[in-house]
Design a protein around this ligand. Structure first.
Ligand SMILES: C[S@@+](CC[C@H](N)C(=O)[O-])C[C@H]1O[C@@H](n2cnc3c(N)ncnc32)[C@H](O)[C@@H]1O
Length: 331
């Protein structure tokens, strides 16, 4: 597992964005919001290149990023190479965490739980380090529930994701990605594992028609036992000066904003091109449509598709243009 993630670490973030249609940042932001503000010690498990460490980072909070892949952690270290309240990165196995029992107030896992098998054993280890009453928030890419969308999503995971993975040095990792998402399913089995491992399910959310889901659970028990910061973390200030030359907070943030802006601009270009193509299609249909041998229902359907598509992609292009020209996005 570590070797596979070592191999894809260089392009992992880009491919993640492509495959989630640019939505992974918003999903990770929802994951971070699930962490109670007063959580003093937060463990982000399966941290990878550190994309999910941005959200829960707070002044005064000890944020631990744990992953089994050293190269992914090195990417995370570059990303968070700055002074104040940077996460502590630890290379360790999720099944044997180097943490005392009950020492953590909240655990987050983004796109990692699927890789941890047997899952009940991983959840038991998380329950061990989490204090009673502590929060577990899990974001995961999921398969669709049985229904009309399921075959299209399965096709996407089985064929298109491995195709996108050809951009990566290890395409087999992306075959694994599609297969493991299908194997994880839509989540009912995971919810049973959560309950049997000592967690109460507090809530769940579904993103992009079920392509990803967020679960929020609470470790059973009475709570207490771990000291909570007397001062709410947002009230604290970053006391440490910025010192790292290659990775000041401003430089790291600028790099992330540039990556986000380039990706949003690429989506805008696709939406704008489709809008123009549909406009041209409508113009052609108005001028030459009468010569086409179409039944009335076929003609009406063509109008619905052309006009609906033009409006949909037109609005999408405008929204994306607003984002590209607007202020930087923050998780
Ligand atoms: C899909 S990546 C997710 C990275 C990151 N959380 C994100 O949101 O982009 C899954 C990560 O889980 C890590 N992983 C897999 N098995 C693990 C284990 N047994 N212990 C710790 N980390 C593990 C991999 O090394 C990889 O970095």
């Amino acid at each position: 597992m570590a070797g596979m993630f070592d191999a894809v670490s260089d392009r992992y973030d880009l491919l993640n964005s492509v495959m989630s249609l640019g939505r992974d940042r918003a999903w990770r932001a929802a994951l971070a919001r699930a962490v109670p503000e007063e959580a003093r010690v937060v463990l982000d498990l399966c941290s990878g290149s550190g994309a999910s460490l941005d959200g829960p980072r707070r002044p005064g909070r000890l944020l631990l990023g744990v992953d089994v892949s050293l190269r992914m952690l090195q990417a995370a270290a570059r990303r968070h190479a700055n002074g104040g309240w940077a996460p502590r990165l630890v290379c360790a196995d999720a099944f044997r965490l180097p943490l005392p029992a009950g020492s953590v107030d909240a655990v987050t896992i983004a796109f990692g739980i699927r890789n941890l098998r047997p899952r009940p054993a991983a959840l038991r280890e998380i329950a061990r380090v989490l204090r009673p009453g502590g929060t577990l928030a899990v974001l995961e890419a999921t398969a669709s529930e049985p229904g009309p969308l399921a075959p299209a999503h399965a096709f996407y995971l089985t064929w298109l994701v491995p195709l996108a993975g050809r951009l990566s040095p290890d395409p087999s990792a992306y075959r694994y990605l599609g297969e493991s998402i299908l194997d994880f399913g839509a989540g009912p089995e995971f919810e049973r594992d959560l309950e049997s491992s000592g967690f109460a399910l507090l809530g769940r959310r579904r993103f992009l028609l079920g392509a990803a889901r967020l679960w929020i659970g609470r470790r059973a028990g009475s709570g207490g036992g771990v000291q909570i910061a007397a001062v709410r973390p947002p009230a604290l200030q970053d006391a440490r000066p910025v010192s790292s030359p290659e990775g000041t907070p401003a430089v790291a943030a600028a790099a992330r904003d540039t990556e986000w802006r380039v990706w949003t601009a690429a989506q805008f270009i696709v939406a704008a091109a489709l809008t123009v193509a549909l406009g041209w299609g409508i113009w052609s249909f108005v001028n030459y449509g009468s010569a086409l041998p179409l039944e009335t229902w076929q003609r009406n359907l063509s109008w619905v598709l052309l006009v609906g598509g033009l409006l949909g992609f037109g609005v999408r292009a405008l929204v994306l243009l607003g984002r590209v020209l607007g202020p930087p996005s923050r998780p």
